[in-house]
Design a protein around this ligand. Structure first.
Ligand code: ASP
Length: 434
């Protein structure tokens, strides 16, 4: 059995949904369809999920949702008209949902309805069995997948029919709708794949898989045919977001392969995400990077004699919503790299650490840094990659502020000033692009 998850761009209008139908009909093993809410049709469009978040916010503030909700109704009904789908059921659902949002059912309920309606609509169009994710996907209090979901799903599947499920949400232990984080339909697809022990999890989107680097920065980067679960997670931590990083969790133990495919070019092979790959010939799977990290350096003499010191700092940073994305350790200091967007006031960080963790000697906030990640299973067994990177950066007069190798066996991180980020990325890309 094959599980197919279609992202928002694949459901954005009737033309895209016809492509989805053709893909499903082309292979009888494609028996589980997981969908996102309709996405943008063009760059000035608004995603259905974003409109629903606006409705929830307005409803909470007592503002009428009619105007925004009308755009949502219009969008679903026009797709139904175009595809010749009987609109009665969708119309009824739209009415009920509007009332529930207005009555204050909350943000998660509202946000989830894009996927709910999308799955209902597709199910009517393709004449498949609709399964409500709230009945089978259970989330724990901290938003993780409750393993009971796998059995609940298995029990629902009793025929050889094709099933359609909405992505992005499930329910908590009391049956209340709860969503995953944004882009979370990828996680739903992974849960279904694990539950039905899928041969492959096809993740259909608007690109033909992953590229070696960001196509918004570089012209035509080469495609990546295979990448491992670990590599994709490392790339995601620095902004590569073709696939939700938490979606690996349900399937990594069972090793189900994921195939990122393009709904607009189904004939292209896309990228396979696998438990393992042979990395001898292609040591690097990708480059990614982000600017805007603020180094918070906490100094303490003989740090290694105080095992609880680091834990204390981490809880202080969590309390003030400044969780670090990366951490670098020195002998008498630790540097916490915190996304600058989370820091509105540096003195709050300094004071919180100095007062909360009274024994710190000093806290210093550095200037904004960019971090580049060179990710590949081949890093640990191919000699000379780090040397190549460092020498090409020296040729371009890029000052390396920090480098980390060994914290993960598949990535090499380089930190530079934000102002030198682009030339550093260009230089590193030039090594691997061919
Ligand atoms: N529709 C949700 C979002 O926009 C979830 C998803 O598309 O996966 O984030």
């Amino acid at each position: 059995m094959v599980v197919c998850k279609f992202g928002g761009s694949s459901l954005s209008d009737s033309g895209q949904i016809k492509k989805v139908r053709n893909i499903i009909r082309a292979d009888s093993q494609r028996r589980f369809i997981v969908v996102s809410a309709p996405g943008k049709r063009n760059s000035s469009d608004i995603k259905i999920t974003d409109l629903l978040y606006t409705c929830a916010k307005n409803a909470a503030e007592g503002i009428a949702i009619d105007n925004t909700y009308e755009i949502i109704e219009e969008r679903f009904l026009s797709i139904c008209y175009d595809l010749g789908i009987n609109i009665n059921e969708i119309k009824n659902d739209l009415k009920k949902i509007k009332k529930n949002i207005t009555d204050g059912q909350g943000v998660d309920y509202a946000a989830s309805r894009g996927e709910f309606l999308s799955a209902k609509m597709l199910s009517l169009y393709l004449d498949t069995e609709f399964i409500d994710a709230a009945d089978v996907i259970k989330l724990t209090e901290d938003g993780m997948v409750d393993p009971s979901s796998y059995n609940l799903l298995k029990e629902k599947i009793d025929s050889k029919r094709i099933y359609t499920l909405p992505g992005f949400f499930g329910a908590d232990s009391e049956g209340k709708i709860k969503t995953f984080s944004r882009g979370g339909s990828d996680i739903s697809g992974a849960i279904v794949s694990r539950a039905v022990n899928a041969k492959i999890y096809e993740n259909w989107t608007d690109v033909s898989g992953l590229l070696l680097a960001d196509p918004r920065i570089f012209d035509n980067p080469p495609g990546v045919s295979e990448i491992t679960y670990q590599e994709i997670r490392e790339l995601a931590s620095l902004g590569t977001n073709v696939f939700h990083e938490e979606a690996i969790a349900p399937i990594r133990d069972v090793g189900i392969p994921i195939n990122i495919k393009n709904t607009n070019k189904p004939e292209e092979a896309g990228t396979m995400i696998l438990a393992d790959r042979v990395s001898d010939t292609v040591p690097i799977a990708g480059l990614s990077g982000k600017t805007g990290f603020i180094p918070v350096m906490v100094k303490k003499f003989m740090l290694n004699r105080y095992p609880n010191f680091h834990c204390g700092i981490l809880s202080i940073l969590k309390e003030i919503d400044a969780n670090p994305d990366f951490i670098f350790y020195g002998n008498d200091s630790i540097v916490y790299m915190v996304d600058g967007l989370k820091i509105s006031d540096s003195s709050l960080i300094i004071n919180s650490i100095l007062t909360g963790q009274g024994s710190a000697d000093k806290v210093e906030i550095g200037t904004s840094k960019g971090i580049i990640g060179i990710v590949g299973e081949g890093l640990t067994h191919k000699v000379g990659i780090a040397a190549q990177v460092i020498s090409v950066l020296a040729q371009k007069s890029v000052n390396i502020h920090f480098a980390s190798f060994g914290g993960s066996d598949v990535s090499f991180l380089i930190g530079v000033d934000d102002g030198q980020f682009q030339s550093a990325l260009n230089a590193i890309y030039s090594i691997f692009k061919d």
